[in-house]
Write a protein that binds this ligand. Structure first.
Ligand SMILES: [Zn+2]
Length: 403
């Protein structure tokens, strides 16, 4: 039995601890499904390096805008499967096809229309999705190249299911595609705190895809991840809660949601790559707190400053403290030091037990009116892919009308 390795990770929506609980608490049949899902994931991990080498090969791309293809694995393990819907094709009679297509579209739209990014790689990568992967497969994942969705136990009567189909929750689709976004930007190591940040960033943008598609403000949103995924008989509302980590489910088969909300309950652990799906509750909750403090639509301000931080500043080894420092720095650059947004970021992190340590802001380029311009390195944070001040200003101008 295995789970995601941080060397060649397969980015699954369902954490291994849930599957392990099912394998010990479920019926013999449910335990078999859970073990199969864990074993399939372990096999996929072995193939991950191949996928990486293909993704990183210098393929010439044509920027055609939004480009989605949905494939059907017909319950096999063959990827990508048979092509069933391409960009611009009409809806299918299969609801999973349409959910995969629409969810990929909503994710593309958030990245493109709000943050000005051309797909997950910034170069127009086609968004490929495969549905009906295997039989009774309890997971969805990004394999470094494409999205893959299992059906849960939808082939069985409702009273025998644990999970519904994994395309049912648009935030799950946004979560998985955001693993692609992270792969092409900060490429956060998938273990310990950097891995928990990797997971948290997927939850954050997954939730923002859902909030934007529903037109919900930060106050109106439920901040749940994977609502609708748990079968009706399961005692729980979702896989995770950004609003109240640790409260998403408490069920005889699944166990209890183990996520901490603050550093006081941070879990040092070996499993789950050092708790990447567990401790992600802490930055998740920090984001929720700062988005609520800023008000309005969470994808516009809080989402933007996290997007810029992910794209330009976070690095593979960033931990929670560095992420806190860098998101606060970005808030200062985009909205002004001591602006409401800057203060909201500091407060959100402080409320989960992390105090922001100020990083000197990136200095503006000297102008002719400067009395004594002092040469300043463009990046005061060695190792980070910091954006030049000019691109940050251009970004702010595009979004906030020159503010
Ligand atoms: Zn994930």
């Amino acid at each position: 039995m295995g789970n995601c390795s941080h060397f060649h990770p397969i980015f699954c929506i369902l954490p291994p601890h849930i599957l392990q609980e099912i394998s010990t608490r479920g019926t013999p049949q449910q335990a078999t499904w859970a073990r199969n899902t864990l074993n399939i994931t372990a096999t996929l991990r072995e193939n991950r390096q191949l996928a990486i080498s293909r993704v990183q090969s210098p393929i010439a791309r044509v920027l055609n805008g939004k480009d989605r293809v949905v494939y059907d694995a017909s319950h096999s393990d063959t990827l990508p499967g048979t092509r069933v819907r391409g960009e611009g094709d009409g809806p299918s009679s299969d609801v999973a096809v349409n959910e995969a297509y629409d969810g990929a579209g909503a994710t593309y739209d958030l990245y493109h229309d709000v943050y000005g990014r051309e797909s997950v790689d910034g170069k127009g990568l086609r968004l490929d999705s495969t549905i009906h992967y295997q039989t009774n497969y309890d997971n969805a994942f990004w394999n470094g190249q494409q999205m893959v969705y299992g059906d849960g136990e939808e082939s069985l009567p409702a009273d025998q299911r644990i999970f519904n189909r994994f395309t049912i929750a648009i935030d799950v689709i946004g979560h998985e595609l955001t693993h692609g976004l992270t792969q092409y930007t900060a490429n956060l190591n998938y273990s310990d705190q950097s891995g928990a940040l990797n997971e948290s960033i997927s939850d954050i943008f997954g939730s923002l895809v859902k909030q934007r598609s529903l037109g919900q403000t930060a106050t109106q949103a439920d901040w749940l991840i994977g609502k609708g995924l748990l079968a009706a008989r399961i005692k729980g509302v979702a896989l995770r809660s950004m609003k109240a980590p640790g409260t998403a489910y408490d069920d005889p088969i699944l166990g209890k949601d183990p996520q901490p909300a603050t550093m006081k309950d941070f879990q040092n652990m070996g499993g789950d790559n050092g708790g990447v799906h567990i401790n992600s509750g802490i930055p998740n909750h920090a984001f929720y707190l700062m988005a609520l403090e800023m008000g309005g639509n969470a994808w516009e301000k809080a989402g933007r400053l996290w997007f810029v931080t992910l794209r330009d500043k976070l690095r593979a080894t960033s931990d929670f403290q560095e992420c806190a420092n860098l998101t606060a720095q970005t808030a200062g650059e985009l909205f002004g030091n001591n602006s409401l947004e800057h203060q909201a970021v500091r407060k959100g992190w402080a409320d989960v037990g992390i105090n922001v340590v100020a990083i000197p802001p990136v200095s503006p380029p000297p102008t002719t009116t400067d009395p004594a311009p002092t040469p300043t390195p463009p990046n005061t944070n060695p190792g980070c892919l910091a954006a030049p001040a000019t691109s940050l200003r251009a970004l702010g101008k595009r979004l906030f009308g020159g503010k």
